[in-house]
Structure formats: C-alpha cells, structure tokens
Design a protein around this ligand. Structure first.
Ligand SMILES: Nc1ncnc2c1ncn2[C@@H]1O[C@H](COP(=O)(O)OP(=O)(O)OP(=O)(O)O)[C@@H](O)[C@H]1O
Ligand SMILES: [Mg+2]
Length: 258
C-alpha cells in the first residue's frame, strides 16, 4: 500500500560532519518525487535516511523526524530491518545475485521472510516480473542466472525484487545512470506504471528524466564545500522547470552553476 512520507527538520551527519541541514518536505502517496542538485549536496544521504540505510555507515546519524503515514520510522521500538522492508531501495548499479536464478532473485526477500509455499513464490515471481515489465523477456529462462541478463534487464530484475515484498515506498538512487538510452526509457515507463501502486522517490542527474517521470521536484544545493547541503525548493515539477522561485534553482536547471 502506497504511503506518504513527511520529513521534518531533518539533519544528517557522518560523524562530526553535517552533510545535510534542515530538510522539510512531504512526499504524497502514488507520486514520483525527484531529487536533483549538484554532486555532494546530499541527495543520496537524504534518500538513505528514508529507509534507515544511512545509519549503516559507522558514525552516521539522522536528527529530526521522518514519518511514514504519521509514524516516525526513527521512533523508539521501531526495527530498522522492518523499515527497510516497507521502504525498498533500488541502487545506481544493478545488483542482482549473479549466480542465483532469475526467479530466485525476485523472491529472495520473501524467502528471507520465511515464505516456503512454492506456488505462492511462483505467483509472486510472475506478478513482480510483470510489474517490472520484464516477464515477457525472461519467462522462458526463469531458472537461468540473473547475471546473464543485460544491464537494463538486471535493473528491472532489481526493481522486481524490490516490489516482490510489497513495499509502501520505493527509493531509487540514479537507477538509470549505468544504462543505455533505450533501457533508460524502459525504466522511466516502468516508473510511471509503478506510481499507480507505490510512492516513489528518485535521485537523478538527468534533468530531462526528472521532468519526464516526476510529479514534484526537490532541488538541493550546496553553498560551499564543507557546509551542509540544503533543500532550496520543492514544487510541482512543471513549476520548478518552467518558473522556479529561487535563482539558484534556475541557474542549476539551465546549466549555469554557482
Ligand atoms: N560514507 C560517508 N562518509 C563520510 N562522508 C560522506 C559519506 N557519504 C557521503 N558523505 C559526504 O556527505 C555529503 C553528501 O553526499 P551525498 O552522497 O549524499 O551527495 P549526493 O548529492 O548524492 O552526490 P552525488 O550526486 O555525487 O551522488 C558529501 O560531502 C559527501 O562527501
Ligand atoms: Mg548520490
């Protein structure tokens, strides 16, 4: 079930270094939000704070609150492993288990959760591969290794794996940066399909991609190295790209930096 996310006064640290300051934003359910901004402004850090992956780095911590349908994912008694199940993540480089079969790649998470029913696993594998627009290409080779697929197919396999556990939110950190233009368009079409069922946050360096796939766009910026990145503005994507409120946003999207 797609859920909403609300970030309030989020500050992100790596040890003493503050990477991101004072982020406030909301992500509505069944919506695609794009994070854009120059390298080092904290997009990935914010994304990783949304499913408690940030704290996996030693010394890294998050301050503030991040609410999933009103419940603080950093609340006391909340299990970070459970959070990572309901808020799934797709990474920059496709990372299937290369020697594991295509089918087993998709249901790996479900198996970890203890699902043993073979028929159920097969159903979920098919449903997820269909959901990731990959079924027709792999239905005759489900028992072949995931590593034998093309880069674009592997990324769709990773998306199938992420949606197989029915997350509430799907996070994607530059999911197309290792892909060719045709595979990229396939993933973009897929994102548009997936937003019917999921809440999606995507980090991208590709302005056209942000403009094509997202409903709202958040622009992050860095005033100077050593200072934390900040959210400059967040608004409807069309508004951000046609008539941004802040000059820094306009400079960035029109290719004038600084
Ligand atoms: N594991 C880490 N340890 C220490 N500092 C880190 C770590 N990861 C990121 N940082 C720092 O935090 C800041 C934000 O990094 P982050 O990766 O979130 O930026 P980004 O906007 O995703 O950049 P890019 O567009 O290059 O991916 C940077 O100054 C970076 O050097
Ligand atoms: Mg990044």
């Amino acid at each position: 079930m797609a859920k909403r996310l609300d970030l309030k006064d989020v500050n992100i640290y790596y040890g003493k270094f503050q990477a991101v300051a004072d982020v406030r934003l909301s992500v509505p359910p069944r919506n695609v939000t794009a994070f854009i901004g120059p390298s080092g402004c904290g997009k990935s850090s914010v994304l990783r704070s949304l499913n408690r992956m940030h704290e996996v780095t030693p010394g890294a911590r998050v301050e503030g609150s991040i609410l999933l349908d009103g419940e603080d994912i950093y609340g006391s008694g909340i299990d970070p492993v459970g959070v990572r199940k309901t808020i799934g993540m797709v990474f920059q480089r496709p990372n299937p288990f290369p020697t594991m079969s295509i089918k087993d790649n998709v249901v790996a998470g479900l198996k970890l959760q203890g699902e043993r029913n073979k028929k159920r696993l097969e159903e979920v594998a098919e449903q997820s591969l269909r959901g990731a627009n990959l079924w027709n290409e792999v239905k005759d080779r489900l028992d072949k290794p995931g590593g034998g697929l093309s880069g674009g197919q592997q990324q769709r396999l990773c998306i199938a794996r992420a949606i197989a556990v029915s997350p509430d939110v799907l996070l994607m950190d530059e999911p197309c940066s290792a892909l060719d233009p045709i595979s990229t368009l396939a993933i973009e079409d897929l994102i548009t399909e997936l937003k019917k069922d999921f809440t999606i946050v995507i980090v991208t360096h590709n302005m056209q991609q942000a403009a094509r796939v997202s409903d709202q766009t958040a622009f992050f910026n860095l005033n100077a190295t050593g200072e934390p990145g900040r959210l400059v503005e967040i608004d409807d994507t069309q508004k951000v790209f046609s008539n941004p409120t802040q000059k820094a946003t306009e400079d960035y999207i029109s290719g004038r930096f600084g």
